[in-house]
Write a protein that binds this ligand. Sequence first.
Ligand code: NAP
Length: 258
Amino acid sequence: MSGLAGKCGVIVGVANKRSLAWAIAQAAHAEGAQFVLTYQNERLRENVEELSAMLSPAPVLHPCDVSTDEDIASLFERVDTTWGGLDFLVHGAAFAPREALDAPFVDTSREAFRIALDVSAYSLIALARGAAPLMARRGGGSILTLTYLGAQRVFTNYNVMGVAKSALEASVRYLASDLGPRNIRVNAVSAGPVKTLAAAGVSGFSSILQVYRDRAPLRRNIETSEVADAALFLLGPAGRGITGEVLMVDAGYHVMGM
Ligand code: NAP
């Protein structure tokens, strides 16, 4: 048991059944948590509706493009009217223009850099700002984001997303420091590669999966349920002494030198 039973959350970043955020949503649901699931815009509503219909009771759905302050404000107004407070937030949104993920990094355009950093890193700050007052009403809360080792090391074609993940991980630490006095914890799970929609945008992603299978201490790739279990640990009371942390869930790949 993760201790999330009866807790209220927001989960951002469910695109389809392979999404890491969907694995977390399913695990949180199984533990008895309630949550709002967001979708980026009306075009993508149907996907999330279909998935959420698999859960009973079905989660609340709300549109939220994380690059829009009005959407973020509307999301937390909905949370306020629904529950009057908030216990946890999962941030699983990331995006970089396709051309930035298969061209030489040195050719990254100013616009691609802006978009990648805005959607993939700044959005955590904006969401945390919206969540904090609602969490403070509950005496504290827990925020979790998803990152990748490309924040620290070079992976072919990960490019500007690696820079965005570095900014995201630094934001985890600064937010942890800012929000800790209100008993709000902020952490990240750094997942090994998983073939999702976002990952498919990185040119040559399959070879990254193969390298992990060959070299990770566990000699395999991870499963989304393993990310979800680690997420629940950090979100729930078992993680109550942990904040500002990046927890590696990558079959141990990050410890290897060769
Ligand atoms: P995913 O299923 O494609 O999820 C990415 C999500 O970001 C999608 O739901 C996407 O929504 C959302 N998103 C993009 N732009 C958005 C915006 N402006 N507003 C709101 N949502 C937006 O892929 P995933 O792999 O599960 O990614 C989830 C997180 O895990 C990301 O931060 C990713 O970097 C991280 N991660 C992934 C891996 C991996 O190998 N898959 C490894 C480590 C970390 P739409 O599809 O509706 O646009």
